[in-house]
Design a protein around this ligand. Structure first.
Ligand SMILES: [Zn+2]
Ligand SMILES: [Zn+2]
Length: 301
């Protein structure tokens, strides 16, 4: 045991220990054996303290050496730089996320506002149209159309096609709908034969080479000319053109939209406008079945 402690201090500590022991164990008679035990205990204690002190000093020395090592310093700086860089990046990420969230919220608000405006606009247009519809004549008030149907039978031709050869003179009831998703542009389509009433001479069933004929080309021109006009107001479900020779069906264009609103928009924009030198007259019709509206007697009707 190498204990670097001067004898004077050792003596002091030894006396203190003996004193303590005697106080604690007053009934035990102090003897040489106890004395030796205490000395041993003191030496062990001092030895442990010495070891601990040396270890601490060694660690301290190592730490100092490390601090002075340029490699270690470089590593510390590098680590610090990484930490700072990470902090900056995290801050940046947070900023981006915050901005994105704000943008999304802003967009959501705008979208709602837009929707609200559109609804308002729609309401306005709806009421506007109701006024035009009720002040102008083409749509009879409901009471007038409903009442006669009780007494008079319904005109099946009108029911199927929205038109009737007898028009207002028909003895049967024509139930005129208010607003529907289907628009009828009366006699909008015309070609040479139709224009000069020559189509009676044609039998469509015999017109085998219809697709190559001028008539077909004429119809194609009309189709590609007019369809986009109608498509401006919404998706079209059904687009039909009558080439019948019957005067009330002749050149009728039926356009069925997805919604009443789209049909209304088309009505407002196209009714009484001129196409190919003739005024376009539109009306809302209710076609319960397209297959029933087609007579089926002709090849291309
Ligand atoms: Zn009729
Ligand atoms: Zn037909």
């Amino acid at each position: 045991m190498d204990i670097r402690i001067d004898n004077q201090s050792f003596e002091k500590m030894k006396l203190y220990l003996i004193e303590q022991f005697k106080e604690k164990h007053q009934t035990i008679k102090f003897n040489h054996k106890i004395y030796r035990f205490l000395i041993k205990k003191l030496r062990r204690q001092l030895y442990r303290q010495q070891i601990a002190k040396e270890r601490d000093e060694k660690l301290h020395l190592e730490e100092i050496q490390r601090q002075n090592d340029p490699l270690y310093q470089a590593w510390i700086i590098h680590k610090e730089n990484i930490r700072i860089q990470k902090e900056i990046e995290e801050e940046e990420e947070n900023k981006k996320a915050r901005k994105l969230r704000e943008q999304r919220e802003q967009m959501e608000i705008q979208r709602k506002e837009q929707l609200r405006k559109e609804m308002e606009e729609k309401q306005k247009e709806l009421s506007l149209l109701t006024i035009t519809v009720s002040t102008h004549n083409p749509f009879a008030p409901i009471q007038v159309t409903v009442a006669p149907s009780i007494e008079r039978p319904v005109c099946s031709f009108y029911l199927k096609t929205g038109v009737c050869r007898y028009n207002e003179r028909c003895h049967r009831t024509h139930n005129k709908p208010d607003i529907t998703n289907t628009l009828l542009a009366v006699n909008m389509y015309s070609n040479f034969e139709m224009q000069y009433g020559l189509d009676d001479e044609y039998d469509f069933d015999i017109g085998l080479e219809f697709e190559d004929s001028e008539r077909y080309e004429n119809f194609k021109d009309f189709y590609y000319d007019v369809l986009p006009e109608f498509e401006r107001f919404g998706r079209i479900i059904m687009f039909k053109v009558c080439s019948n020779s019957e005067i009330h069906l002749r050149g009728n264009v039926y356009v069925q939209y997805e919604t009443d609103y789209q049909a209304m928009q088309a009505y407002k924009a196209l009714n009484t406008r001129y196409y190919a030198g003739r005024m376009v007259q539109c009306q809302f019709v209710n076609i319960p079945s397209w297959s029933a509206a087609i007579c089926g007697k002709h090849k291309n009707c």
